[in-house]
Design a protein around this ligand. Structure first.
Ligand code: CP
Length: 342
């Protein structure tokens, strides 16, 4: 576990329920080495990352997938919280780009002996990595590291705040099907308040011209949700799904609350779950997304998750190409080219 004053401060900010960048030097967000969040990122910059990701996706279809773009560069995956998709896809992305990738395991580190998160990061920096990919249970940790370290910092999700690469791969998966997100309606249903995926997706989808509906019980909709992007708020799933072009289902983030957020999983599922009945309210060719991990039978019925409209595994597949693009962007300042190979 992380033990530092920074963490206590950041954890208290989490409890206030904000998706606010926690007391950062916001100029860091404009530093192209870092990807700390999508707040303030221009549409053109998002499109540039997506274009690069589509180019890398073509590399993944080749018989020999490895490209030399990041040869001689070092990437450390610094995960202070469990992950399946994000950690693995950053590792694969780095390896396919020929970077040296090191996976740091918090539970097997000196953090267990009382070392602070910042000391851990400073020690890793002393080994001269080019990029640190950081996941933390506390909002703002990637921002704090970007202020204190010299290497590029890429957020792999911080607390309740942002999960920028997830939103980018979601946008990539939608653009792959639709060509453009302009004028499309996307519903995001679930625990919006505690979801960093929702925070980044609202910013990303609205920047790309989509209309966003957020839906959940009142306890799961943050007070400041409209400050993240132009959204409409719904407390009945039928309203949110009606004629939408896509729906993104989110799980209840139980690990981010010390108290029960909803009376029972059964009641939540009945009122806010996506099932074979209410899915028919969507447009005929609507797409179904979930960032994972899924709680089957709670926020989504297995028949819907595995059904023909689901692009949940496309999202995972696109995560590799998208993270290749993000690692190249991060390493650009240390001599790598952003260009995907022709
Ligand atoms: N979507 C997502 O962040 O999944 P992981 O926690 O498995 O990385």
């Amino acid at each position: 576990m992380v033990r530092s004053k920074s963490r206590r401060k950041l954890a208290s900010q989490d409890r206030r329920g904000g998706s606010e960048p926690p007391g950062d030097d916001l100029s860091k967000l404009g530093d192209p080495r870092h990807l700390l969040g999508l707040d303030g990122m221009r549409r053109a910059e998002i499109e540039e990352i997506l274009d690069s990701a589509f180019a890398f996706k073509e590399v993944l279809d080749r018989p020999i997938k490895k490209v030399p773009t990041l040869r001689g560069k070092m990437v450390i995956n610094l995960f202070f919280e469990p992950s399946t998709r994000t950690r693995t896809s950053f590792e694969i992305a780095g390896k396919l780009l020929s970077a040296d990738v090191i996976n740091f395991s918090a539970s097997a580190s000196a953090l267990e002996k009382g070392e602070t998160l910042l000391d851990t990061a400073l020690n890793l920096q002393a080994m001269r990595p080019d990029v640190l990919v950081v996941r933390s249970a506390s909002s703002g940790v990637p921002h704090m590291l970007a202020r204190r370290l010299e290497c590029a910092i890429v957020s792999a999700g911080d607390g309740w705040h942002e999960h920028p690469t997830q939103a980018l791969l979601d946008a990539m998966s939608l653009r792959e099907r639709w060509g453009s997100l302009d004028g499309r309606t996307v519903a995001i249903v679930g625990d919006i308040a505690r979801s960093r995926v929702a925070g980044s997706n609202i910013r990303c989808l609205t920047s790309l011209g989509a209309r966003v509906r957020v839906c959940g019980p009142r306890t799961m909709i943050p007070r400041n949700v409209e400050s993240l992007g132009k959204v409409t708020i719904h407390h009945r799933i039928a309203e949110a799904l009606e004629a939408a072009d896509a729906v993104m289902m989110l799980r209840i983030q139980k690990e981010r609350s010390s108290e029960p957020i909803y009376p029972s999983d059964r009641e939540y599922s009945r009122l806010f779950g996506l099932n074979t009945m209410n899915v028919e309210l969507l447009e005929k060719d609507a797409l179904i997304l979930h960032p994972g991990p899924m709680n089957r039978g709670i926020e989504i019925e297995p028949a819907v998750a595995d059904g023909p409209r689901s692009i949940i595994l496309d999202q995972v597949e696109n995560g590799v190409a998208l993270r290749m693009a993000v690692l190249c962007r991060a390493a650009r300042s240390v001599g790598a080219s952003l260009e995907a190979p022709a």
